[in-house]
Design a protein around this ligand. Structure first.
Ligand code: NAD
Length: 333
């Protein structure tokens, strides 16, 4: 039996969480969900969006599944998502974007993986005003964090039969910070001669991903570029409703959709549950439950290809829960 921390999340989070639980239940795996509240819901009850017992639950279980959390703009709270990743040292953010046949997109056969460094760069929160009319945000890049994320990317490539790792940077301008990241990635690459290594400047990478995405495979990059380019990759495969993310550290891992809480769709039962279900697939793979993971993934591929029980963003008319029910039926077989 697995004990897994569950954070349903804000906005559309509860709807897609319910849908995901239904599909995972259909695998028959023995999972005890330890449910905790974070985000907007927790502010009312605990006075903070990230109560200590949420972190304790994740530390104890070492594994969690979460829906999106709203970051209130202009309030005193920084992003809870960023705080969770920092507190638990979930240093690797893995964001695969793969075409589901049947999804209407300008692109076919996309299979890209963004490996985003998750703990430093401009997300370190070192930010201050300089007088009243200027502000500084400090970009932090360290050798140790760059080395472990580069190694994560190469290990992922080796273990998942990938052929190439591309380091993405802006070392032509940020000669010290991104220069260090690139140097370290190059050093780590020498330990993996079986995997091709190359680098791209981030602006060029954005264009290349739009024009020739099939040339790329695994991409490793600092935090901010990973945040932006992973949404770009989501766009290539049909949108944010489809792509999952995993936040992985040495002692814990937290799985979530790449998208946010989409507040304008809250309670309408119309958003696509695929991203969170795919996050659960990544989680099952992480647990070594490969057979269950493939059953869920194959059910998604079949239901999406058929196109009958899919949500509005995929051109269908199904409600979130109807799509989940169709998936659960397939998983049960
Ligand atoms: P968002 O990802 O919530 O939504 C952007 C748009 O993407 C939506 O309007 C919708 O058109 C589409 N979309 C998102 N999820 C979808 C789904 N499941 N099915 C179909 N379409 C979907 O981004 P936002 O509006 O910029 O952010 C809203 C809130 O979410 C903010 O508070 C932000 O901080 C937070 N956020 C949280 C996370 C996270 O929890 N990891 C990630 C990103 C944003």
């Amino acid at each position: 039996m697995y004990t897994i921390t569950l954070i349903r999340g804000d906005g559309i989070g509860p709807e897609i969480s319910e849908a995901t639980l239904k599909v995972i239940e259909a695998t028959g795996l023995d999972i005890k969900w330890e449910e905790v509240t974070a985000g907007e819901g927790a502010i009312e009850e605990y006075g903070t969006p990230l109560p200590e017992h949420v972190l304790e639950s994740l530390r104890k279980n070492g594994i969690g599944l979460k829906g999106p959390l709203t970051t209130p703009i202009g309030s005193g709270f920084r992003s809870i998502n960023v705080a969770l990743r920092m507190e638990l040292d979930l240093y690797a953010n893995l964001r695969p974007s793969k075409t589901f046949p049947g999804v209407i997109s300008r692109y076919e056969d996309i299979d890209l993986v963004v490996v985003r460094e998750n703990t430093e760069d401009l997300y370190s929160g070192v930010e201050h005003m300089v007088g009243k009319d200027a502000a500084e945000s400090i970009k932090i890049i360290t050798r140790s964090a760059s080395e472990r994320i580069a190694r994560f990317a190469f290990e992922y490539a080796v273990n998942n039969d990938r052929r190439k790792v591309t380091a993405v940077h802006k070392a032509n301008i940020l000669k010290l910070s991104d220069g260090l990241f690139l140097d370290v990635a190059g050093e780590v690459a020498k330990e993996y001669p079986q995997i091709e290594f190359e680098d791209r400047i981030v602006d060029n990478m954005a264009m290349q991903l739009v024009q020739k995405p099939q040339l790329y495979d695994v991409m490793v990059m600092p935090n901010l570029y990973g945040d932006i380019l992973s949404d770009l990759c989501a766009g290539l495969v049909g949108g944010l409703g489809l792509v999952p993310g995993a936040n992985i550290g040495a002692r814990a891992a937290l799985f979530e959709p790449v998208h946010g809480s989409a507040p304008k769709y809250t309670g309408q039962n119309r958003v696509n549950p695929t991203a969170m279900i795919m996050a659960a697939v990544l989680m099952l793979d992480y647990l070594g439950e490969k057979e269950a993971a493939r059953r869920v993934e194959n059910a998604l591929a079949a239901v999406i290809k058929e196109g009958k029980m899919v949500t509005v963003d995929l051109g269908g008319t199904a409600k979130t829960f109807e799509m989940a029910e169709a998936l659960a039926e397939r998983v049960r077989g």
